[in-house]
Write a protein that binds this ligand. Structure first.
Ligand code: SF4
Ligand code: SF4
Length: 347
């Protein structure tokens, strides 16, 4: 849902939550249809299957990003490169990647005010919601096959090439905004994967260019973080600056980040696929009016207990109050001083 994965927080993805012997191949026609149907009934808007194979193009893109330092200070991307290249490091015997998309809340449109939260900050933490649904789906697969299929649920942040697997599994295609675009749901989706030690007949990738001549996301990006179609410089991306960056901002970074306090929805809001989407947000993603109404000034008055009460169960808890206030200070300061975007001074 954002060009930047939110936190490499492990989420138990390294370990199968149960350990079973390897399953045998099964007749797949009815099984596949019933798994997909179950995924849709759980609230996913798309589900597809990919056979485990090398993802050379995606790995090359990832290596280029790291070589060009476009990943900024997300060092976990370097650390997880071997797992991304070889999913058997996560789950020995993995044969299939079941890729799913969960529809998220509409992008935030409240621009030009004293602090904005990305829509996904105003709802329940999507990692927990999507992972819970994936584990339910895994239980269903075990019941449907009658065998104890080994599996791991992955949601964002895990060292898995989630966009490449989504394309391979035929649930969407990458747009110029670097995100997977799912027909009828746009890029307002959270991706998740079940790594499965079972053979399931793979789906085919779509033959679809979702962008054509459109360049609305590149035009809308206020910092030039989308440096070319499908190419992101995270160091200029507001989602990276406000969520991933651990240290204090430089003056230039503070000026780029403002007026966003957490995340950024500009490229998402500009995309015609998102404006026209028919998939409704999963019921777990009802925005909190209290968070939506927050301003930088209000954030700066929050106490620890006030922060926990307001953001309990959201992704903002992972950022912590200290960095949330860093972001709010930048917004407030930029509003009052119009800080230069070229200086490298630390705030
Ligand atoms: S609009 Fe630009 S800065 Fe904002 S999330 Fe998209 S790429 Fe990042
Ligand atoms: S805004 Fe246009 S170019 Fe960007 S991802 Fe959407 S359709 Fe593609």
């Amino acid at each position: 849902m954002s060009p930047i994965p939110i936190f490499n927080n492990n989420y138990s993805y390294r370990k199968p939550f149960r350990t079973f012997r390897r399953a045998s191949p099964l007749p797949m026609d009815r099984l596949k249809a019933s798994i997909r149907q179950k995924a849709l009934s759980l609230g996913f808007c798309a589900a597809g299957f990919a056979a485990v194979r090398p993802q050379d193009v995606a790995m090359e893109r990832m290596r280029s990003m790291i070589a060009e330092a476009r990943h900024g200070e997300m060092h976990y991307l370097e650390a997880g490169i071997a797992e991304r290249e070889d999913p058997t490091r996560l789950l020995p015997g993995v044969r299939t990647v079941l890729s799913v998309a969960l529809p998220g809340p509409a992008p935030s449109f409240r621009y030009g005010e004293s602090g904005i939260f990305s829509a996904h900050a105003t709802v329940q933490d999507y990692h927990r919601v999507a992972r819970g649904l994936l584990l339910e789906l895994l239980d269903f697969i075990r019941a449907a096959t009658g065998i104890p299929v080994e599996g791991i649920a992955c949601v964002d942040g895990a060292p898995v090439l989630e966009k490449a697997w989504a394309e391979s599994a035929g649930i969407g295609m990458s747009g110029k905004n670097t995100l997977i675009i799912v027909p009828d749901a746009g890029s307002v989706v959270f991706l998740g994967e079940l790594l499965l030690a079972i053979d399931i007949e793979p789906d085919q990738p779509m033959e679809w260019d979702p962008c054509g001549t459109c360049s609305a996301c590149l035009d809308a990006c206020p910092t030039g973080a989308l440096t070319a179609p499908g190419k992101l410089d995270a160091r200029r991306c507001i989602s990276y600056l406000t969520i991933e960056l651990k240290r204090e901002f430089t003056t230039e970074e503070a000026a780029m980040a403002t007026p966003w306090i957490f995340g950024c929805d500009r490229c998402m809001a500009a995309c015609p696929h998102n404006a026209a989407r028919s998939a409704a947000a999963h019921p777990a993603f009802t925005p909190s009016p209290e968070i939506m109404a927050l301003t930088a000034e209000k954030v700066l008055t929050l106490t620890g207990s006030g922060f926990r009460k307001l953001f309990a169960g959201t992704t903002v808890m992972r950022l912590g109050l200290k960095r949330l206030k860093r972001n709010a200070r930048a917004v407030k300061r930029e509003r009052t001083t119009g800080t230069s975007r070229t200086s490298g001074t630390t705030m």
